[in-house]
Design a binder for this molecule. Structure first.
Ligand SMILES: Nc1ncnc2c1ncn2[C@@H]1O[C@H](COP(=O)(O)OP(=O)(O)OP(=O)(O)O)[C@@H](O)[C@H]1O
Length: 342
């Protein structure tokens, strides 16, 4: 478990104070994949570098499994650092060393005997799917393969925590997916806590259990993926959600609705969690004398579960529509759409 308690990192900049991380309170649970998202300069890198004390907090307490890192002696701190692995956007591999040597490096400097190093490297390269690349050099590998080496190197010393600093930002979408899948296996098979920072909402959507949104050094909103996607409160969070899921009804559709008159029955049906798998709309059109006309919608996937909303027009007698809405409301959220308000 990682806990930030009122943690700040203050830099001096031209005689002024710059609060790169400002009074952050955050708790990352054991075995959780926790994402920190924010625009450039929000303070994400500084935040993640505080966890292994690559940066030292100016204020507050930083606890790993209940131990305040700022209170530890140097030898104690070295021990804690061994339990924390890190991967980077640009991989940071030793270009003059083979894949095998890159992965063996942290074991060698920890004083692990040679025969144990060999078996551990073999095991971990197999886990990341690179057994056949052991003798190659980084410049013979693709970006995705390089990041797999980075992950193997970070896991070599069997850490409890893995820090990921924009680990997929240099990769194409397909490779990003495969690396995120690997990170999920890291958590599932080794029960490693993962703290990742990113500026991409599709990354957190894909793997994170919970996220925090940062702006100007502060955490402005945090919660489960579902909560933040379904009810983002802060304008910045809304902007991030919009990058992967259009939530506003397009103007052309609103115009069309207006033209057809205000008496139309237009509703926004929001599917969250299990409800997305239920055939709610097909059920009402079969059970009531109403026709369902889908005007606009977006369904995405959050951690393997469909999530999203549809804007539908219900056609039929008023009393049938009331009954249909009543039925839909039992399983999903329904909101009447005023054409001019969206
Ligand atoms: N060593 C430093 N000295 C002075 N200012 C710094 C230092 N490191 C970071 N900063 C400043 O702290 C703020 C936060 O930077 P940080 O790199 O943590 O943000 P970020 O969200 O990771 O952004 P990016 O994605 O661009 O790296 C920025 O204004 C940055 O200029």
């Amino acid at each position: 478990m990682i806990e930030f308690e009122g943690v700040s990192k203050i830099y001096e900049h031209n005689g002024n104070e710059l609060r790169a991380v400002d009074q952050v309170d955050l708790a990352v649970n054991k075995g959780e994949i926790f994402g920190v998202i924010g625009y450039s300069g929000a303070g994400k890198s500084t935040l993640v570098r505080l966890v292994n004390l690559l940066e030292y907090p100016s204020e507050g307490r930083l606890l790993v499994d209940g131990e305040d890192l700022t209170q530890l002696s140097k030898p104690e701190l070295r021990k804690v650092r061994k339990r924390i692995g890190m991967i980077f956007q640009h991989f940071n591999l030793l270009e003059s060393k083979t894949v095998r040597h890159n992965v063996a490096f942290p074991l060698a400097i920890s004083g692990v005997p040679k025969k144990d190093i060999d078996s551990r490297v073999e095991e971990i390269l197999e886990f990341v799917g690179l057994s056949d690349k052991a003798r190659q050099y980084p410049d013979q590998l693709s970006g995705g393969q390089k990041q797999r080496v980075g992950i193997a190197r970070a896991l070599a010393t069997s850490p409890d925590i893995l820090l990921c600093d924009e680990a997929t930002s240099a990769l194409d979408p397909e490779t990003t997916k495969s690396i995120l899948k690997l990170l999920r296996r890291v958590r599932d098979e080794y029960n490693i806590t993962i703290l990742m920072i990113t500026h991409e909402m599709n990354v957190v959507r894909e793997v994170c259990d919970r996220i925090a949104v940062m702006e100007h050094g502060r955490v402005i909103e945090q919660g489960s993926i579902f909560d933040l996607f379904s009810q983002p409160e802060h304008p910045t969070t809304k902007n991030f959600v919009r990058t992967v899921m259009e939530n506003e009804i397009p103007a052309s559709i609103l115009e069309g609705i207006e033209k057809r008159g205000a008496s139309r029955h237009i509703y926004r049906v929001t599917f969250v969690d299990e409800s997305a798998g239920q055939p709610v709309l097909s059920h009402v059109s079969k059970s009531y004398e109403v026709e369902v006309n889908v005007l606009f919608g977006q369904i995405t996937e959050l951690q393997g579960i469909p999530f999203g909303h549809l804007v539908v027009e219900l056609q039929g007698e008023d009393k049938e529509i009331v009954r249909a809405i009543d039925s839909i409301q039992r399983s999903v959220t329904v909101q009447e759409v005023k054409a001019h308000a969206g």
